[in-house]
Each structure stands twice: as structure tokens, then as C-alpha cells.
Ligand binder design. Structure first.
Ligand code: PMP
Length: 362
């Protein structure tokens, strides 16, 4: 049996897939979980109960239909989608990245992003057999404009991902530099995907580009807003372009329960906005405390995480884990991230615990 399985897999599964590693999630039960940029605040009990009652009335014996359309309309209103543009839903923005990659995976195509950035850009290119070109950021994680423009001229990427703010660095790149990169992509007739996963915590967004720059797509997620478990991402752009990418979407990719929960959350957007304010306050507290720690160098963040360099990231990560605090050691992701740790902003109590564990582990 095992021999048959091995032989069959070797014959039918693409060799390049067999050589890849799956997206890894570290086990987190029992830890202060500050590793994956979740919103640490649950809904207040009264809202939890109201949500439960609403979910209890959902017609789960039917395929999803109208609620997906209702959710698209509610998200379009929430984001301020301009005329001539449309919005499509993904099972998290991860699925949208996959669909974009599938849509643009022409033979010889190149996808690009600055590095370090969100790992799924490169991984989803690899999954489609598309060449991925990463362009290193500067040592302070700013866009290297000259290198980006040269790489765009050289490779004419079909897709360029710009995470604004960026993960895992947390910073928001200079808007004038982004403008020039967006213009260069227009000259080469390539698409720019502005990934605004962390927009709820940032001082600016890219919605003004929609309707004006037809080769720009803006991608968002409800994950960092407070619904990481619900899996709703959305992609916005010129209607004709969204219609093409939407053809690749699996039918019924958004569960009726997910759509209902997301509609509920949007109806209570004020509660989530309050939580985002708290998170931004705690981000500044975390950043300042990190600045005051000898040997620690944090970078200013516009997201709900702070990246910091420490003398020995592996030892500090292990020490914090032993003290019950789970962060992310991103050192191995890219040479520029040597000895860097990414710390998600928790509740005020979680930030206190995180800082104490960090001080004890340095
Ligand atoms: N984009 C960026 C920049 C991210 O950091 C993440 C998740 N960490 C995602 C997209 C994916 O988010 P989701 O699939 O939860 O919508």
C-alpha cells in the first residue's frame, strides 16, 4: 500500500509542490498569544449573545446566496468604494492572493514584492509555478526606490504586491515613492495590489487610487479588524478586472455563518473602531517600552504589531515562550530580519505580561 502511494504520488503530484513547505502555524494553546496580529479583544458579552442568536437563525441547510451580496454592499459602503469599481469576497485575503496568482499565471509571468513582506505572495506564486522576484527593502525597511524601479523595468511583473502597512515590519512606506512605483507599473501594464490588511491601525489608506488608477487593486481583510476566525477578505478594483478574477472564485466560498457574522460586525463597526483605538494606544506603549530597553531596537509601526531587533532572537523567543508568552521569531524569513522578533499588540494586560517576559528573557 505504502509503495503504491509513494509511486502514485511521485507520478501525479507536481514535483515543485513536493519540494515546498506548507504555511506553518505554531501551536498556541495556553499562551499569551501575541504572534499572529489578531485583535485581542473579544466582543462584549451582550454583543456575543446577540451574534449567537442571529447565527442561530441562519438557514444553514441552503447554499449561501443573498447574504454574500448583502455583505459585499455593506463592505463597499464601509470602505467607500467609488463608482466604476467592484468588490469580491475571499475566504480571507489569503484566498484572494491565490485567485490573483491563478488569474495572472501566464507562462513566463513574474510576480514581485519588496522583501521582507507577507510570505504568501511568494508562496502563492510558487504554487502556480510562477517566478517570484523579491526586491530587498533598505536596512530600515523602507522601499528602495531605485531598486524597485529597476526591477520593474527589468522583469515587467504581472503582479506587484505592496503591503501597506507591511508585515512583518509594521511600517507604512512613503506615499510619493509608492506613486512613482504605481506609475512605473502602469507604463509596463502590470497590476499593483495594495494589501491593506492592517489598514484599521494606519494613518492613511489607498482608496483614493481606485477609480483613478485602473491597474491598482486594494485588498483588505476583516481578520485584523476582529474577525480572524471568520475568514473574510475583500478585493476592490475596476469592475472589468474584478469580474475576471471573480471567475476563479470557487462557488459559495463564503459560508452563510461567516457572511452573517461579518454583517453583524459591520453593524457594530463603532465597537471595533473603539478596539482599534485601544490597540493603537497599546502599540505606542509597547513601542516606547521597547525603545527604553537596552539592546532592543524597535521600528515605528502603523499596524497592530511591532518589529524589534534583539541581541539573540532565538534565546529571547525561547525565554518568552518558557514564560508563557508566544511571539514570532521572524529572523529566518530574510537576512534583513536577523535577530528580529515580531510582537503583536495585545490587551493592556497582555502588553504588561509581554514586556515583563521580554525583560526577563533578554
Ligand atoms: N496580508 C497581509 C499583509 C497579512 O499579514 C495577512 C495575514 N497575516 C494577510 C494578508 C492574510 O490575512 P487573512 O487571510 O486572514 O485575510
Amino acid at each position: 500500500m505504502t509503495d503504491l502511494l509513494t509511486a502514485t504520488m511521485a507520478r501525479v503530484v507536481r514535483a515543485d509542490i513536493q519540494g515546498l513547505h506548507a504555511y506553518a502555524v505554531q501551536p498556541s494553546a495556553g499562551f499569551v498569544k501575541v504572534d499572529t496580529m489578531e485583535n485581542p479583544h473579544p466582543l462584549p458579552p451582550a454583543l456575543q449573545q446577540a451574534l449567537g442568536e442571529r447565527l442561530g437563525r441562519v438557514a444553514i441547510h441552503r447554499y449561501p446566496a443573498e447574504r454574500g451580496d448583502d455583505l459585499k454592499a455593506a463592505l463597499a459602503a464601509h470602505a467607500g468604494l467609488p463608482a466604476g469599481c467592484s468588490l469580491m469576497l475571499g475566504n480571507g485575503s489569503d484566498e484572494l492572493i491565490t485567485l490573483l496568482s491563478m488569474a495572472c499565471a501566464l507562462p513566463g509571468a513574474v510576480f514581485m514584492s519588496p522583501l521582507p513582506s507577507f510570505v504568501m505572495y511568494g508562496l502563492s506564486a510558487a504554487l502556480q509555478g510562477v517566478r517570484f522576484e523579491g526586491v530587498p527593502l533598505t536596512a530600515d525597511f523602507e522601499l528602495n526606490e531605485a531598486a524597485m524601479l529597476a526591477a520593474i523595468d527589468q522583469h515587467r511583473p504581472a503582479l506587484l504586491y505592496l503591503a501597506c502597512p507591511n508585515n512583518p515590519t509594521g511600517n507604512l512606506w512613503d506615499e510619493a515613492v509608492i506613486d512613482r512605483i504605481v506609475d512605473a507599473m502602469a507604463r509596463h501594464q502590470g497590476l499593483v495590489v495594495i494589501d491593506e490588511a492592517y489598514q484599521p491601525f494606519a494613518a492613511r489608506d489607498a482608496m483614493h487610487r481606485l477609480g483613478r488608477q485602473p491597474h491598482v487593486l486594494v485588498m483588505r481583510t476583516m481578520s485584523k479588524f476582529g474577525l480572524a476566525g471568520v475568514r473574510i477578505g475583500y478585493l476592490m478594483g475596476a469592475s472589468a478586472l474584478i469580474a475576471e478574477i471573480d471567475k476563479l472564485r470557487p462557488p459559495f466560498n463564503i459560508s452563510v455563518l461567516n457572511a452573517e457574522a461579518a454583517l453583524f460586525a459591520l453593524a457594530h463597526a463603532d465597537e471595533y473602531a473603539r478596539q482599534a483605538v485601544l490597540i493603537r494606544e497599546q502599540r505606542e506603549r509597547l513601542f516606547r517600552a521597547l525603545q527604553d530597553m537596552p539592546g532592543v531596537h524597535p521600528w515605528a509601526s502603523q499596524a497592530n504589531m511591532v518589529l524589534a531587533r534583539v541581541p539573540d532572537a532565538a534565546a529571547t523567543f525561547a525565554g518568552m515562550k518558557a514564560r508563557g508568552v508566544l511571539i514570532k521569531n521572524v529572523s529566518a524569513l530574510h537576512p534583513l530580519l536577523a535577530n528580529c522578533l515580531r510582537i503583536t499588540v495585545g490587551t493592556p494586560d497582555e502588553v504588561t505580561l509581554t514586556l515583563a517576559a521580554l525583560r526577563a528573557s533578554l
